[in-house]
Design a protein around this ligand. Structure first.
Ligand SMILES: *Cc1c(COP(=O)(O)O)cnc(C)c1O
Length: 416
């Protein structure tokens, strides 16, 4: 792989080769990551990166955009067909920029937004004070019920009535249950708010039909393309036709210059892949695997937040093992299992430490692992967490993890 690069720039080539090994040898349980297909990687690495195409298909500011127009038109048509939406902008470079554009398209700075509390599953762009969102807009938040650890729709409605937000945003980075989009629509209508659904984490599950679609309810939908959707790094904004012009100008020229035509091509490839029957099976397997993993970990005495999962991820409360989320992350990493610490609802520990782990199954499912393999992975996790940080015990698990993963090909690396 990468023969020309290896000759011309051995340092970068070596780092890429190391990461190919890392991605192959380790068990990747990062809920926001995945393995893109060879076709997606080829489009991402194509010469379309050379093209400036400011503007939109048929209305460009540069000459020579006919192939860029073909690519972008295909991406737009495919994603609208995939999610049943009226309008799509496929130029956003990232999920954060898509959210920025969605806010710019519908609000003026200083307006009010109601979003999910960050330490209970929301995203930085849903009102963090260190993010543009918290600096430009006034936020109030909703969270989860203390007992059930599911979204407190009643409290959300009460806050919406008092706060009167111009926009309500839902969607999460660390929430394992089905989101009731109809309920959000009802409250948005009652208080006259625009409804934005940020489906970044669950887009692939929605495309595969295993999570209800926000399309009938949302005014705007933003999403990354690189998480469960298995596309290239990037994002999209879907909307009702009445918002399309404002969304387009909020992306370009308001917040971006030229689009990444190579990334748009790769998005188009991913949208076509996500429309296949095989992708429906993949999405169903992600959820079945998450439920199997959660069940096996619970069987081993770990507490799963909200008692389980309906989607691709779970939050694991590791305080029952007398360790912190940070210690659990470090321990698993030493055992060849990659996951991230994450705050659990009402976490007594600070965000740099936390009491939880976020585990997701999109990447391992892309490697063809099934429910029996989730039992094996749960076994590794439980053994590692009980190893008390012992180096030799963790090294032993690491070598067994490597042997285990060697039986599974990796899309884009050792498979298609
Ligand atoms: C990942 C994510 C984003 C941001 O995506 P980036 O591409 O990292 O900027 C936004 N919202 C939610 C809910 C996410 O999970």
């Amino acid at each position: 792989m990468h023969e020309i690069l290896a000759t011309q720039d051995p340092e970068i080539a070596a780092a890429i080769a190391d990461d190919i090994r890392r991605q192959t040898d380790e068990i990747n349980l990062i809920a926001s990551e995945n393995y893109a297909s060879s076709a997606v990687l080829e489009a991402t690495g194509s010469v379309l990166t050379n093209k400036y195409a400011e503007g939109y298909p048929g209305r460009r500011y540069y000459a020579g955009c006919e192939n860029a127009d073909t690519v972008e038109t295909l991406a737009i048509d495919r994603v609208n067909a995939l999610f049943g939406t009226e309008a799509a902008n496929v130029q956003s470079h990232s999920g954060s920029q898509a959210n920025m554009a969605a806010y710019f398209a519908t609000l003026t700075p200083g307006d009010r937004i109601l979003g999910m509390q960050l330490d209970q599953g929301g995203h930085l762009t849903h009102g963090s004070p260190v993010n543009f969102s918290g600096k430009l807009y006034e936020f109030a938040s909703y969270g989860v019920l203390r007992e059930e650890e599911t979204i407190d729709y009643e409290a959300m409605a009460t806050t919406a009535r008092e706060f009167k937000p111009a926009l309500i945003v839902t969607g999460a980075t660390a929430y394992s249950r089905i989101i009731d989009f109809a309920r959000f629509r009802e409250i948005s209508d009652e208080v006259g708010a625009v409804l934005l659904v940020d489906m970044a984490h669950i887009a692939g599950l929605i495309a595969g039909g295993v999570h209800p679609s926000p399309a009938p309810y949302a005014d705007l939908i933003t999403s990354t393309t690189h998480k469960t959707l298995r596309g290239p790094r990037g994002a999209i904004i879907l909307s009702r036709r009445s918002f399309a012009r404002k969304v387009n100008s909020a992306v370009f020229p308001n917040s971006q210059g030229g689009p990444m035509v190579h990334a748009i091509a790769a998005k188009a490839v991913a949208f076509a892949e996500a429309a296949t029957p095989g992708f429906k099976d993949y999405a169903a397997a992600i959820v079945a695997n998450a439920q199997a993993l959660a069940g096996a970990l619970a069987g081993g005495g770990l507490r799963i937040v909200s008692g389980g999962t309906d989607n691709h991820l779970m939050l694991v409360d590791v305080s029952t093992r007398d360790i912190t989320g940070q210690e659990a992350e470090d321990t698993l990493r030493a055992a060849g299992i990659i996951a991230n610490k994450n705050a659990i609802p009402f976490d007594p520990l600070p965000p740099r430490v936390t009491s939880g782990l976020r585990l997701g199954t999109p990447a391992v499912t892309s490697r063809g692992m099934g429910q029996a393999d989730m039992d094996t992975i749960a076994g590794f996790i439980l053994e590692a967490l009980d190893a008390g940080g012992g180096d030799s015990a963790l090294a032993s698990i690491r070598s067994r993890v490597k042997r285990f993963t060697s039986a599974f090909s990796v899309p884009g690396i050792s498979g298609s």
